[in-house]
Design a binder for this molecule. Structure first.
Ligand code: ADP
Ligand code: MG
Length: 560
């Protein structure tokens, strides 16, 4: 037996689910309704530019207002509006997106990138906070009649002739008792600041006080008075949407200040801009790092067509770049889906590797073109680069050419340069190169001097990431060993033909060694009283490198 058919949906059952679980955050309703208002406005502007609408565009602001007494929030626009027929088509059919339809219809007339909507679900988020929702709309079409739609959250609706006299739409939400927080001005301001800060159409929310100069007083000092000004939420023209060629360094620095008002200037930035195989724009800034890394994490903001989505960009941005700041704007990142889905999404993976590549290219370019300034920033950049080299093979392949190591005299080398630098005299008997490094130059000073006296070079690798970096470099370079300068006796490490002269005879050596061993009383350490020239430290106490790393791993909980 074979039967085919269509699955049917009982709206009265599915409706409560959509309302409750569409978004976990109820504040999202405002983002959705304001985005719809912006879309409607973009559409009418577009029709005007195509000559399909010849009326006067007039003021095209979106206005949000709250009436605490009536317990309503309204979102009003001067967009294309809807006829009664269109309301039935776009609003009553859940998951039918008029935005997608519009983009389809006009796709041959150039791009329609400015339209935000896509799923045809956003409008219903209004019911997360409102029991009753009204739409008052007047379509841009000539001779259209105004329409009014009312729905109390059940599957029934009512459509009547409306009273609206100007083009556009007003959505009125009758706010539920348990959502009264959204009737507070500061709360609405907060939500708009978060989601609407860079929307492309002006969003007005009430008025604000502003101090303006008002003549001078008797002493000739300027006087001020307070005036009411429209409270405009957004910068409609953020720089990431522009072409890098039209921007100056100052533009980038000012925008950084706009995003993070109390931060020091960033070190440099990368302007992202792709449209194939996915769309993505944005600016990533390399901040000056502070000791408190955790505080600096999660500063990248994710946008979709200038609408803020989240600052949880974990899956979109490679882990090692989480300390970067800035904006990523992509309509190709799926938004209304779960975390695990996001991780496995093809576009997200591509975006992730695109960002990795872009960052690597930028660093490579800075290194090549401005080596001196690059070196001066290395202390800040190094952390990203080392972390990236450890965690991403693709990044390692590029970064090995611009990663630097710095020696105790502050001289910087690339890996290749360093291998050449030490080639002549820092090898063991199997001709493996040995990088010597200090993890705490102040404390290891005597070991450093001893090494330098022998003509050896000593690197400084003293940040928390360096012990992992050291392990990684040994694996990558294969014939190189990386040893802490106090790890073992230098003469055992580095293969030297000539026997160093001794200042103590064997008997003296033994007794001195005994004294120290007694004092330290540990099998982990080795006391050396051999091979010393007079200006060396007379006694060194060392721990083999592998022992030390084991200890470190134990101390950090066994990770590595
Ligand atoms: P989406 O925005 O993803 O298309 P929504 O559920 O948010 O889905 O909205 C459904 C449709 O209703 C929109 O595509 C649009 O056609 C229409 N619509 C919603 N709000 C407005 C508005 N303010 N002005 C004109 N049309 C609107
Ligand atoms: Mg929408």
């Amino acid at each position: 037996m074979q039967e085919k058919g269509t699955i049917s949906i009982h709206t009265e059952n599915i409706f409560p689910i959509i309302k409750k679980f569409l978004y976990s955050d109820h504040e999202i309703f405002l983002r959705e309704l304001v985005s719809n208002a912006v879309d409607a406005t973009q559409k009418v502007k577009r029709l005007a530019s195509l000559g399909e609408y010849t009326g006067d565009l007039g003021e095209t602001r979106v206005e949000v207002s709250v009436n605490k007494k009536k317990k309503t929030i309204t979102i009003s626009d001067a967009g294309i509006g809807m006829t009664a027929e269109e309301i039935k088509k776009y609003i009553n059919q859940i998951a039918f997106s008029g935005a997608t339809e519009f983009v389809e219809k006009f796709k041959d007339a150039g791009d329609a990138k400015e339209i935000i909507g896509k799923f045809g679900l956003g409008f219903y988020s209004a019911f997360m906070v409102a029991g009753k929702v009204e739409i008052d709309s007047l379509s841009y079409q000539e001779g259209a009649a105004p329409a009014k739609w009312i729905c109390d959250g059940s599957t029934e609706f009512e459509i009547t002739e409306g009273k609206r006299k100007t083009r556009g739409t007003t959505i009125t939400l009758h706010v539920n008792d348990d959502s009264e927080e959204f009737l507070e001005d500061f709360r609405i301001q907060q939500i708009l600041d978060k989601y609407a800060k860079f929307l492309p159409i002006e969003v007005k929310f009430g008025e604000k006080d502003e101090q303006v100069e008002d003549g001078t007083d008797k002493e000739g000092k300027p006087k001020y008075k307070t005036v009411k000004k429209d409270n405009i939420i957004n910068n409609t023209d953020p720089i990431w949407t522009k072409s890098p060629a039209d921007l100056t360094d100052e533009d980038y620095l000012n925008f950084y200040k706009e995003l993070y008002p109390f931060s020091e200037d960033p070190l440099f930035w990368i302007h992202l801009n792709v449209d194939y195989p996915f769309e993505l724009t944005g600016i990533l800034y390399f901040p000056k790092l502070k000791n408190d890394f955790e505080m600096q994490k999660n500063k990248i903001q994710l946008y979709s067509r200038q609408v803020f989505i989240t600052d949880e960009v974990k899956d979109v941005v490679p882990e090692f770049l989480m300390l970067l700041h800035g904006i990523i704007d992509s309509p190709d990142i799926p938004l209304n889906v779960s975390r695990s889905y996001l991780q496995s999404d093809g576009n997200v993976k591509k975006i992730n590797s695109y960002i990795t590549k872009k960052v690597a290219d930028k660093l490579g370019e800075l290194f090549k073109k401005e080596r001196e300034s690059y070196e001066s920033k290395w202390d800040d950049i190094g952390l990203f680069v080392k972390y990236g080299m450890i965690s991403e093979e693709k990044f390692y392949d590029k970064a090995k050419d611009f990663a630097l190591v710095k020696n105790v005299d502050g001289k910087c080398f690339t890996i290749e340069e360093y291998e050449k630098h030490i080639e002549a005299n820092q090898t063991d008997k199997d001709k493996n190169k040995i990088w010597l490094y200090a993890s705490n130059p102040a404390k290891q000073d005597s070991f450093i001097s001893a090494a330098k006296d022998k003509g050896y070079d000593v690197l400084v690798l003293d940040s928390p990431i360096d012990s992992h970096f050291v392990n990684h470099m040994e694996q990558q370079l294969k014939t190189t060993q990386v040893k802490r300068v106090d790890a073992d006796n230098l003469n055992k490490l580095i293969d030297k033909d000539e026997k160093p002269e001794l200042v103590l005879n064997d008997e003296q050596k033994e007794s001195l060694k005994g004294v120290f061993e007694k004092a330290i009383d540990s099998k982990t350490y080795t006391v050396n009283v051999d091979g010393l020239s007079p200006n060396d430290a007379p006694v060194t106490v060392t721990m083999p490198e592998f022992m030390r790393r084991m200890k470190e791993m134990q101390a950090t909980g066994g990770g590595g």
